[in-house]
Design a protein around this ligand. Structure first.
Ligand code: NDP
Length: 240
Protein backbone atom coordinates (compact mmCIF):
# COMPACT_ATOMS: atom_id res chain seq x y z
CA UNK A 1 0.00 0.00 0.00
CA UNK A 2 1.39 3.41 -0.95
CA UNK A 3 0.77 6.79 0.64
CA UNK A 4 -2.42 7.06 -1.45
CA UNK A 5 -2.66 3.87 -3.55
CA UNK A 6 -4.78 1.31 -1.72
CA UNK A 7 -5.83 3.80 0.96
CA UNK A 8 -9.45 4.54 1.79
CA UNK A 9 -10.23 8.25 1.45
CA UNK A 10 -13.45 9.94 2.59
CA UNK A 11 -14.12 13.25 0.81
CA UNK A 12 -16.87 15.62 1.94
CA UNK A 13 -18.42 18.04 -0.53
CA UNK A 14 -17.50 15.70 -3.38
CA UNK A 15 -20.49 16.57 -5.56
CA UNK A 16 -18.86 19.60 -7.19
CA UNK A 17 -15.90 21.94 -7.51
CA UNK A 18 -12.82 21.33 -5.41
CA UNK A 19 -14.20 18.17 -3.75
CA UNK A 20 -14.92 16.52 -7.11
CA UNK A 21 -11.41 17.44 -8.32
CA UNK A 22 -9.86 15.97 -5.16
CA UNK A 23 -11.87 12.79 -5.77
CA UNK A 24 -10.50 12.53 -9.31
CA UNK A 25 -6.92 13.23 -8.21
CA UNK A 26 -6.99 10.64 -5.40
CA UNK A 27 -8.79 8.08 -7.55
CA UNK A 28 -6.12 8.47 -10.24
CA UNK A 29 -3.53 7.96 -7.50
CA UNK A 30 -5.15 4.63 -6.60
CA UNK A 31 -7.24 5.44 -3.52
CA UNK A 32 -10.59 3.81 -2.72
CA UNK A 33 -13.09 6.61 -2.21
CA UNK A 34 -16.13 7.38 -0.14
CA UNK A 35 -17.85 10.36 -1.77
CA UNK A 36 -20.33 12.34 0.27
CA UNK A 37 -22.51 15.44 -0.16
CA UNK A 38 -26.28 15.95 -0.33
CA UNK A 39 -26.80 15.62 -4.11
CA UNK A 40 -26.75 11.87 -4.71
CA UNK A 41 -27.16 12.14 -8.51
CA UNK A 42 -24.01 14.25 -8.77
CA UNK A 43 -22.06 11.85 -6.58
CA UNK A 44 -23.19 8.86 -8.61
CA UNK A 45 -22.27 10.55 -11.89
CA UNK A 46 -18.81 11.32 -10.54
CA UNK A 47 -18.32 7.80 -9.16
CA UNK A 48 -19.23 6.30 -12.53
CA UNK A 49 -16.59 8.45 -14.19
CA UNK A 50 -13.68 7.74 -11.83
CA UNK A 51 -10.96 5.23 -12.70
CA UNK A 52 -10.92 3.54 -9.27
CA UNK A 53 -13.38 2.02 -6.79
CA UNK A 54 -15.70 4.39 -4.98
CA UNK A 55 -18.85 4.34 -2.87
CA UNK A 56 -21.40 7.11 -2.51
CA UNK A 57 -23.22 8.27 0.60
CA UNK A 58 -25.74 11.10 0.34
CA UNK A 59 -25.83 13.00 3.65
CA UNK A 60 -26.10 16.48 5.15
CA UNK A 61 -22.75 17.07 6.84
CA UNK A 62 -24.34 19.46 9.36
CA UNK A 63 -26.43 16.70 10.94
CA UNK A 64 -24.64 15.68 14.16
CA UNK A 65 -24.92 11.97 13.37
CA UNK A 66 -23.38 12.25 9.87
CA UNK A 67 -19.69 11.83 10.82
CA UNK A 68 -20.37 8.54 12.67
CA UNK A 69 -22.56 7.39 9.76
CA UNK A 70 -19.75 8.20 7.31
CA UNK A 71 -17.14 6.33 9.34
CA UNK A 72 -19.41 3.29 9.65
CA UNK A 73 -20.13 3.43 5.91
CA UNK A 74 -16.43 3.62 4.98
CA UNK A 75 -15.65 0.73 7.31
CA UNK A 76 -18.51 -1.37 5.91
CA UNK A 77 -17.49 -0.63 2.30
CA UNK A 78 -13.71 -0.80 2.49
CA UNK A 79 -12.76 -2.01 6.00
CA UNK A 80 -11.35 1.27 7.33
CA UNK A 81 -10.82 5.00 6.72
CA UNK A 82 -7.21 6.10 6.17
CA UNK A 83 -7.77 9.60 4.80
CA UNK A 84 -10.40 12.28 5.52
CA UNK A 85 -10.71 15.43 3.42
CA UNK A 86 -13.02 17.97 5.07
CA UNK A 87 -13.93 19.99 1.99
CA UNK A 88 -17.69 20.74 2.19
CA UNK A 89 -18.36 24.43 2.70
CA UNK A 90 -20.61 27.36 1.81
CA UNK A 91 -19.82 30.99 1.05
CA UNK A 92 -22.06 33.83 2.17
CA UNK A 93 -20.74 37.38 2.10
CA UNK A 94 -22.31 40.81 2.14
CA UNK A 95 -22.26 44.34 3.51
CA UNK A 96 -23.53 45.36 6.93
CA UNK A 97 -26.76 46.87 5.65
CA UNK A 98 -27.92 43.88 3.61
CA UNK A 99 -26.21 40.73 4.91
CA UNK A 100 -28.93 38.25 5.82
CA UNK A 101 -28.22 37.09 9.36
CA UNK A 102 -30.17 33.91 8.64
CA UNK A 103 -26.96 32.75 6.91
CA UNK A 104 -25.02 32.82 10.15
CA UNK A 105 -26.12 29.51 11.66
CA UNK A 106 -25.77 27.43 8.43
CA UNK A 107 -22.31 28.95 7.88
CA UNK A 108 -21.20 28.01 11.39
CA UNK A 109 -22.70 24.53 11.05
CA UNK A 110 -21.20 23.81 7.62
CA UNK A 111 -17.84 25.59 7.72
CA UNK A 112 -16.87 25.04 11.36
CA UNK A 113 -18.96 22.58 13.36
CA UNK A 114 -19.14 19.91 10.66
CA UNK A 115 -15.42 19.69 9.82
CA UNK A 116 -14.47 19.83 13.51
CA UNK A 117 -16.95 17.11 14.46
CA UNK A 118 -15.94 14.95 11.50
CA UNK A 119 -12.24 15.43 12.31
CA UNK A 120 -12.76 14.32 15.91
CA UNK A 121 -14.79 11.24 14.97
CA UNK A 122 -12.27 10.12 12.34
CA UNK A 123 -9.17 11.11 14.35
CA UNK A 124 -10.28 8.92 17.25
CA UNK A 125 -10.72 5.96 14.92
CA UNK A 126 -7.43 6.65 13.10
CA UNK A 127 -5.56 6.99 16.40
CA UNK A 128 -6.94 3.67 17.57
CA UNK A 129 -5.88 2.13 14.24
CA UNK A 130 -2.38 3.64 14.54
CA UNK A 131 -2.44 5.98 11.55
CA UNK A 132 -4.26 8.19 9.09
CA UNK A 133 -4.35 11.62 7.46
CA UNK A 134 -6.84 14.46 7.76
CA UNK A 135 -6.81 17.42 5.36
CA UNK A 136 -9.01 20.43 6.09
CA UNK A 137 -9.89 22.84 3.31
CA UNK A 138 -9.58 26.37 4.65
CA UNK A 139 -9.51 29.57 2.57
CA UNK A 140 -7.54 32.63 1.64
CA UNK A 141 -10.35 34.31 3.57
CA UNK A 142 -8.74 33.10 6.81
CA UNK A 143 -5.63 35.13 5.97
CA UNK A 144 -6.73 38.19 4.00
CA UNK A 145 -9.93 39.99 4.87
CA UNK A 146 -12.11 42.67 3.33
CA UNK A 147 -15.43 44.32 4.09
CA UNK A 148 -18.24 41.79 4.16
CA UNK A 149 -16.19 38.58 4.13
CA UNK A 150 -15.11 38.48 7.77
CA UNK A 151 -17.74 36.01 8.98
CA UNK A 152 -16.72 33.43 6.37
CA UNK A 153 -13.01 34.06 6.90
CA UNK A 154 -13.38 34.00 10.67
CA UNK A 155 -14.95 30.55 10.57
CA UNK A 156 -12.14 29.28 8.33
CA UNK A 157 -9.64 30.80 10.79
CA UNK A 158 -11.39 29.01 13.64
CA UNK A 159 -11.22 25.76 11.65
CA UNK A 160 -7.48 26.33 11.15
CA UNK A 161 -6.95 26.77 14.91
CA UNK A 162 -8.88 23.59 15.71
CA UNK A 163 -6.98 21.78 12.96
CA UNK A 164 -3.57 22.98 14.18
CA UNK A 165 -4.34 22.00 17.76
CA UNK A 166 -5.44 18.55 16.67
CA UNK A 167 -2.24 18.17 14.62
CA UNK A 168 -0.17 18.99 17.71
CA UNK A 169 -2.24 16.71 19.95
CA UNK A 170 -1.83 13.80 17.53
CA UNK A 171 1.94 14.21 17.13
CA UNK A 172 3.59 10.80 17.30
CA UNK A 173 0.32 8.90 16.95
CA UNK A 174 0.70 8.24 13.23
CA UNK A 175 -2.24 10.52 12.47
CA UNK A 176 -1.34 13.64 10.48
CA UNK A 177 -3.51 16.73 10.18
CA UNK A 178 -2.92 19.37 7.51
CA UNK A 179 -4.60 22.32 5.84
CA UNK A 180 -4.93 23.61 2.32
CA UNK A 181 -6.02 27.26 1.98
CA UNK A 182 -7.20 27.94 -1.60
CA UNK A 183 -7.40 31.30 -3.24
CA UNK A 184 -10.43 32.09 -5.38
CA UNK A 185 -11.25 29.03 -7.45
CA UNK A 186 -13.72 28.64 -10.31
CA UNK A 187 -16.50 26.51 -8.79
CA UNK A 188 -20.23 26.62 -8.18
CA UNK A 189 -19.70 28.24 -4.79
CA UNK A 190 -20.26 31.71 -6.31
CA UNK A 191 -23.45 30.76 -8.13
CA UNK A 192 -24.71 29.20 -4.91
CA UNK A 193 -23.83 32.37 -3.02
CA UNK A 194 -25.70 34.50 -5.55
CA UNK A 195 -28.68 32.14 -5.40
CA UNK A 196 -28.81 33.02 -1.71
CA UNK A 197 -29.00 36.72 -2.46
CA UNK A 198 -25.37 37.71 -1.95
CA UNK A 199 -23.04 39.33 -4.44
CA UNK A 200 -19.39 38.43 -4.94
CA UNK A 201 -16.17 39.60 -6.44
CA UNK A 202 -15.54 36.61 -8.66
CA UNK A 203 -16.05 38.54 -11.90
CA UNK A 204 -13.04 40.71 -11.10
CA UNK A 205 -10.35 38.16 -10.44
CA UNK A 206 -8.53 35.40 -12.28
CA UNK A 207 -9.61 32.21 -10.57
CA UNK A 208 -7.67 29.05 -9.94
CA UNK A 209 -9.07 25.77 -11.24
CA UNK A 210 -10.28 23.05 -8.83
CA UNK A 211 -7.48 20.77 -10.04
CA UNK A 212 -4.92 23.26 -8.70
CA UNK A 213 -6.25 22.67 -5.19
CA UNK A 214 -6.59 18.92 -5.68
CA UNK A 215 -2.89 18.65 -6.56
CA UNK A 216 -2.02 20.39 -3.28
CA UNK A 217 -4.12 17.90 -1.32
CA UNK A 218 -2.39 15.06 -3.11
CA UNK A 219 1.01 16.56 -2.26
CA UNK A 220 0.17 16.63 1.46
CA UNK A 221 -0.97 13.02 1.38
CA UNK A 222 2.00 11.75 -0.63
CA UNK A 223 4.64 12.78 1.87
CA UNK A 224 6.47 10.05 3.77
CA UNK A 225 5.08 9.25 7.23
CA UNK A 226 7.84 11.28 8.93
CA UNK A 227 6.70 14.54 7.27
CA UNK A 228 3.52 16.48 8.01
CA UNK A 229 2.86 19.39 5.64
CA UNK A 230 0.92 21.48 8.14
CA UNK A 231 -0.46 24.00 5.67
CA UNK A 232 -0.33 24.98 2.05
CA UNK A 233 -1.66 28.21 0.53
CA UNK A 234 -2.53 28.08 -3.18
CA UNK A 235 -3.28 31.51 -4.62
CA UNK A 236 -3.81 32.66 -8.21
CA UNK A 237 -0.48 33.78 -9.64
CA UNK A 238 -2.21 36.71 -11.32
CA UNK A 239 -3.48 38.11 -8.01
CA UNK A 240 -0.81 37.39 -5.44
P1 NDP B 1 -18.87 24.10 -4.37
O1 NDP B 1 -20.08 24.92 -4.06
O2 NDP B 1 -18.55 23.77 -5.76
O3 NDP B 1 -18.88 22.76 -3.52
C1 NDP B 1 -19.30 22.75 -2.17
C2 NDP B 1 -19.54 21.32 -1.77
O4 NDP B 1 -19.95 21.29 -0.39
C3 NDP B 1 -20.61 20.65 -2.60
O5 NDP B 1 -20.19 19.34 -2.91
C4 NDP B 1 -21.80 20.63 -1.66
O6 NDP B 1 -22.59 19.48 -1.97
C5 NDP B 1 -21.12 20.48 -0.32
N1 NDP B 1 -21.96 20.89 0.79
C6 NDP B 1 -22.38 22.15 1.09
N2 NDP B 1 -23.20 22.13 2.15
C7 NDP B 1 -23.30 20.83 2.52
C8 NDP B 1 -24.03 20.16 3.54
N3 NDP B 1 -24.83 20.81 4.41
N4 NDP B 1 -23.91 18.82 3.65
C9 NDP B 1 -23.12 18.14 2.78
N5 NDP B 1 -22.41 18.71 1.81
C10 NDP B 1 -22.51 20.05 1.67
O7 NDP B 1 -17.67 24.92 -3.67
P2 NDP B 1 -16.08 24.77 -3.72
O8 NDP B 1 -15.67 23.53 -4.39
O9 NDP B 1 -15.56 26.05 -4.18
O10 NDP B 1 -15.76 24.69 -2.15
C11 NDP B 1 -15.12 23.60 -1.53
C12 NDP B 1 -14.38 24.13 -0.30
O11 NDP B 1 -13.37 25.04 -0.71
C13 NDP B 1 -15.27 24.89 0.68
O12 NDP B 1 -14.91 24.54 2.01
C14 NDP B 1 -14.92 26.34 0.40
O13 NDP B 1 -15.14 27.17 1.54
C15 NDP B 1 -13.45 26.21 0.09
N6 NDP B 1 -12.89 27.33 -0.66
C16 NDP B 1 -13.37 27.65 -1.92
C17 NDP B 1 -12.84 28.71 -2.62
C18 NDP B 1 -13.35 29.11 -3.97
O14 NDP B 1 -12.99 30.23 -4.42
N7 NDP B 1 -14.14 28.30 -4.66
C19 NDP B 1 -11.72 29.52 -2.05
C20 NDP B 1 -11.30 29.09 -0.75
C21 NDP B 1 -11.86 28.03 -0.10
P3 NDP B 1 -24.20 19.39 -1.96
O15 NDP B 1 -24.73 20.74 -2.31
O16 NDP B 1 -24.48 18.31 -2.97
O17 NDP B 1 -24.51 18.97 -0.55
Amino acid sequence: MGAIAGRVAVITGASSGIGAAIARELSEAGAYLVLTARRQDRLEALAADLPGKSAVLSADITMPETPETLLAFATAQFGRADILVNNAGILRVGPLDTFDLAHLSPMIATNYEAPVRTSYVFARAMKAAGGGSIVNISSIGAHLTAAGVGIYGGLKKALEMASDALRIELAGSGVRVGLVAPGTTATEIFADMKAHGEQGWDEYITPLQPEDIARAVRYLLEQPARANVARMHVYAAADS
